[in-house]
Design a protein around this ligand. Structure first.
Ligand code: ATP
Ligand code: MG
Length: 320
């Protein structure tokens, strides 16, 4: 009996020892695992940093190529007309000293205007690029998306015809002095979102001007174009959100272009720089929102911009 007990005690202490060894080995392997996870996490963060750097470089490269391409055309114009002025004034009176040569006034005036146009194009491109590269610092307040849209329509059409608006919700506008475009509103369940009024107004203006250009390009003189603005409640990452959609009756986004419309310098418009929607996408991202592009069943384009409602945005901030 005693022998059995002694053996049993030995067994127990062996078992305890074995258990302790195992526990220690487990703790050690857990520590090793933790170290490994930390290393992997650091490696992943570094890889992500490298990827972000690569993406930035790719975007910068894309921008540089775009800038070079955009600037070449107006520069060509400046060179051509400056050359014409020089040659013409030299031919006019080759024997006279330069200060006394008569200038063909009408031609000089025309070429000077062309030079002015080309330099204006260049300044616009440079301005757009500076705008695009400047960091955005949104100052968030409670804003109603439909009010921002109305203010953007005011900017699109600074001098509306008397009957073009009803002061509550504008019913029509004419961007850049073009034909009147009808505005149809569909606003339901509207609550404020957290947003910077000026920045959102700039973003909506870009979308509205694109819609106006698309409608102008495709509408027949008899058929009026329509821009439909819908505001509705939705969810974004499972939080309450508001969506504003701009639908137009233009020809829609070209097949295969939907993926590209937000890329800097992507444009199919004569005289376009292709920075409008890239800037809109930046503004939406700075608001923690989402933007999508597509075509309606009727064939026109639709741009949907979704923003967290003011309370949800604040709750999310507190949580972070
Ligand atoms: N409402 C629309 N209907 C059809 N295509 C559109 C519409 N809005 C944008 N697009 C397409 O997306 C392209 C990019 O638009 P974006 O606003 O970025 O540049 P842009 O209007 O061409 O030039 P800008 O820099 O002057 O705005 C347009 O050239 C056009 O091909
Ligand atoms: Mg545009």
């Amino acid at each position: 009996m005693t022998v059995f007990q002694t053996k049993s005690l030995d067994d127990i202490s062996d078992a305890i020892q074995a258990y302790n060894d195992l526990a220690e080995r487990l703790t050690e392997s857990q520590r090793a695992l933790k170290r490994e996870v930390l290393l992997l996490r650091e490696e992943l963060a570094e890889k992500n940093r490298q990827l972000a750097r690569k993406n930035r470089l790719a975007i910068l490269g894309e921008m540089a190529a775009g800038v070079a391409h955009e600037i070449r055309n107006p520069l060509g114009g400046i060179e051509l007309y400056a050359g014409l002025i020089q040659r013409e004034s030299a031919d006019a009176a080759p024997q006279a000293p330069p200060a006394q040569r008569p200038l063909p006034a009408a031609k000089i005036g025309k070429w000077a205007r062309r030079i002015e146009d080309a330099t204006r194009d260049l300044s616009r491109i440079v301005g757009d690029i500076l705008d695009f590269t400047r960091p955005l610092e949104p100052r968030m307040k409670k804003v109603f998306l439909s009010q921002v849209a109305e203010a953007a329509l005011d900017l699109a059409d600074p001098a509306p015809a008397q009957n073009a608006c009803d002061h509550q919700r504008r019913e029509a506008f004419a961007a850049a002095g073009g034909r009147l475009i009808r505005v149809a509103w569909d606003v339901s369940d509207e609550v404020p979102v957290a947003g910077d009024f000026q920045l959102l107004q700039r973003a909506f203006l870009n979308v509205i001007l694109n819609a106006a250009a698309a409608i102008r390009a495709s509408a027949s003189p008899q058929k009026a174009g329509t821009l439909t603005i819908r505001v509705s409640a939705t969810r974004l990452e499972d939080l309450p959100a508001q969506r504003i959609a701009f639908e137009d009756t233009g020809p829609g986004i070209g097949a295969g272009d939907v993926e590209k419309v937000f890329d800097p310098f992507f444009t199919t418009r004569e005289g376009g720089t292709g920075l409008g929607l890239a800037q809109v996408a930046r503004i939406v991202a700075a608001h923690g929102g989402r933007i999508t592009a597509g075509n309606t069943a009727a064939g026109g384009a639709v741009f949907s911009l979704t923003f967290p409602v003011a309370e949800a945005a604040r709750a999310k901030e507190k949580h972070q």
